[in-house]
Design a binder for this molecule. Structure first.
Ligand SMILES: Cc1cc2c(cc1C)[n+](S(=O)(=O)[O-])c1c(=O)[nH]c(=O)nc-1n2C[C@H](O)[C@H](O)[C@H](O)COP(=O)(O)O
Length: 491
């Protein structure tokens, strides 16, 4: 059968008869429109046209093959006959492209916050909005980082620190440094290759990668990109349809994943307003015209309607029955649930508030860690479970503080996304190397030569629980109207 032409596909250009082209193949998505989690509008915008560029960052490449019935696959398209819409380069986009020309050299990035500063200037707004956003007033997002500033070191001196070794094991895997690349969705929003960039950088540094359920790349693509005996874990959003979840878990185990991290802090994805706002502007939203639109969800909500809010402790025995992988609960936020996790017989927990993207005013993971470890020690349980933390980790000293307070290792999210978005794989590798250099220097300066020597005596965390210095509430301050002058009050 001769390939379709662009003219033939362009005839199917409306909600009642809607074909799109993805990767040179046409698909009839008319019946699928009402089911699309991201709403109908975004597909109809590309009805009769090539939607590949919009499709790629959000969907793994095999999505249509896997989920669209075969009779809706209309066949190959002769792309030379498809009129490429001359995307008019908006002034704002021209500005961004200019900033990319002027961006600092990679060697001029000296710490993880430098990558954030560059990414903010050069990333597409929707991508920056999705990665940087957090829930509500983003107080927890900022608390995650500032909580580390309430912990001080009590360094030892005159210790021979000529040789420093910060290798350790995580879930039985030997790693070069106690951090891993945590699961962060939609890698292709930041880089055209997506999560495989993180895979390759992690391989170079012998760092574990946690593969997100909501990756832009297909799961097998990310596993295939691993080098040698590189270790990867799976982060799981549990599907309302447990048969789908079982298939994903069994496939991951078969492919060699070495840990199942069940996300337990997101029965519903948080309300990330930057993500929602930027979705509007890019969509030329019709909300201003007063029509209801489902684009008010932003990317996050649009891609997560499958997540099961009914997930509970009752499900843990089922997970233990379908996999031999170590099970870790990701998103635990109080010591009582860590004790329950030990009783449930899982191998680990990640103390985490999802990078502040879920419940605003959840405490920082480092604070929950300081609450947890003394209780586990009192109960004689500290060796029954591996405790990880993530959220706001930006310095080698943050990692050292976490390990002094009893963490097995830490997860890092946004910094590697920003490094990838701004500088690709080289950026992620530099970020990892900077952390290694900081770790080595600061281990020496606190008088420790290996991970086992890091203990609570090396830190002063007394003010960690004192929230006197709540992060500045930028939104409220920007609009707060201190109408205090009586004269003004009369107006
Ligand atoms: C930054 C970011 C984080 C996401 C993330 C996406 C982004 C862009 N996504 S989300 O879209 O659903 O929110 C996930 C995810 O897929 N699954 C998950 O368990 N955690 C997700 N997280 C949380 C992540 O695993 C860490 O808990 C968090 O990033 C740690 O904080 P830092 O970013 O400050 O390192």
């Amino acid at each position: 059968m001769a390939p379709l032409t662009g003219v033939e596909v362009a005839k199917h250009d409306n909600a009642k008869d809607c074909w799109v082209i993805v990767h040179g193949r046409a698909y009839d998505v008319t019946e699928f429109l009402p089911e699309h989690p991201g709403g109908q509008k975004i597909i109809i915008k590309y009805a009769g046209k090539d939607a590949t560029e919009e499709f790629d960052p959000i969907h793994p490449p095999d999505t249509l093959e896997k989920y669209l019935p075969k009779d809706k696959h209309m066949g190959p398209v002769d792309m030379t006959t498809v009129v490429k819409e001359k995307a008019e380069v908006l002034p704002e986009e021209q500005e961004r492209l200019k900033r990319i020309q002027e961006m600092p050299l990679l060697d001029q990035c000296y710490n993880l916050m430098d990558f954030e500063a560059v990414a903010r200037r050069v990333m597409k707004k929707t991508a920056w909005g999705y990665y940087s956003s957090a829930a509500d007033d983003e107080i927890t997002l900022r608390e995650n980082h500032s909580a580390f500033h309430r912990i001080w070191f009590r360094p030892r001196i005159l210790v021979n620190v000529e040789k420093v070794d910060f290798s350790t094991t995580m879930l039985g895997t030997k790693v070069s440094i106690p951090f891993y690349v945590t699961a962060t969705a939609l890698g292709k929003l930041g880089h055209v290759e997506g999560e495989v960039v993180l895979t390759r950088a992690a391989a170079k540094h012998n760092v574990i990668q946690m593969i997100p359920t909501l990756a832009s790349c297909a799961f097998d693509e990310i596993m295939d990109a691993a080098a040698g005996d590189q270790v990867q874990w799976l982060q799981l959003y549990v599907n309302k349809d447990r048969a789908i979840t079982q298939r994903i878990v069994e496939h991951a185990e078969k492919r060699g994943c070495k840990g199942l991290f069940i996300t337990v802090d997101a029965p519903q994805l948080g309300r990330r307003e930057k993500d929602m706002r930027l979705k509007f502007t890019d969509e030329g939203s019709n909300v201003q015209s007063g029509q209801a639109t489902d684009n008010s969800q932003g990317a996050a909500r649009a891609i997560s309607s499958f997540i099961d809010p009914a997930l509970s402790w009752d499900d843990i025995p089922w997970f233990k029955s379908i996999t031999k992988m170590p099970i870790v609960l990701k998103g635990v936020q109080r010591v009582e649930d860590v004790v329950k996790a030990v009783e449930a017989g899982v191998q680990g927990v990640v103390l985490s508030n999802h990078g502040g993207r879920q419940l605003d005013f959840a405490r920082s993971a480092i604070e929950v860690l300081a609450e947890t470890m003394p209780v586990l020690r009192d109960l004689g349980l500290e060796n029954k479970i591996e405790v990880y933390i993530d959220g706001g980790i930006r310095r080698g000293t943050d990692i050292i503080k976490a390990l002094c307070l009893g963490a097995k290792g830490v997860g890092i999210g946004r910094p590697f996304l920003y490094a990838m978005s701004a500088y690709g794989q080289d950026g992620v590798e530099r970020a990892m190397q900077l952390l290694k250099d900081e770790m080595e220097m600061n281990m020496r300066l606190i008088g420790a030569t290996k991970i086992e020597e890091l203990n609570p005596g090396l830190v002063d965390a007394r003010s960690l629980f004192n929230h006197g210095s709540t992060p500045v509430d930028n939104l409220a301050n920007a609009v707060y109207d201190p109408l205090i002058n009586p004269a003004q009050r009369e107006k």
